[in-house]
Design a protein around this ligand. Sequence first.
Ligand code: SAM
Length: 238
Amino acid sequence: MHRFFTNEIQTGRAVVRGDDVKHIAKVLRLKRGDAVQLCDGCGNECDAAVSEILSDAVTFETAPWRRANTEPDVSVTLFQCLPKAGKMETIIQKCVELGACAFVPVQSERCVVVLKPPYEGRIERWQRVSEEAAKQSRRGVIPKVSLPVALDKLDLAPFDTALVAYENEHAVSLKAALREDCGRRVAIVIGPEGGFSEAEIAKLSAKGARTVTLGTRILRTETAGMAMLAQIMYEVEP
Ligand code: SAM
């Protein structure tokens, strides 16, 4: 069933505006009475039926709202060091499907790509990728993509658990780290194609992050976040 996000909600009705209007009317060709699912972007969803299609808005009659059961118990933020062109879209798309709750692009020492301001266009594009993936995977929230931040400036204080996937960590596995301590708010940090320098690992450790290995094989940067998320969900979901 088609799913749309809206924050224009009243008793028994809701309105969808923006790009979705054209999609509903011209691409999906939905008609009055057609069934969809609506989501408020805060983890709630409802069944709804089209009641009116105008050029700039579609109105729906809504059944009672309920909590979406697609949100994981842990809230995972992916701090992804900037990969080469085009890969960030794939990372965001797949990691939204796997349950990531937020993305922070990180500029680190060995990033090939150096993002220069203004960042807004790129962030908007990544945010759209997140929204499309959230609709497709029936998420209850649209994971936010933040402005890029330098590795030195990462704020890990709001997290209960912070884990850095480090290619030179050979002792502590992700599984062992999660079984020892996994809070509700988890930060995961993935390096760029060139990996992390020792100085960067020291800085992240000083902020309370723990280094973990994802196994003996070296994964591409775009694979590492997905693998880490899948393992976290496997470990924490009932
Ligand atoms: N250039 C590095 C090397 O040759 O050792 C590899 C970097 S890897 C392509 C990119 C990032 O993915 C790493 O910095 C790390 O965050 C993550 N990663 C990939 N494989 C990993 C593994 N087996 N254990 C932990 N982290 C890994």
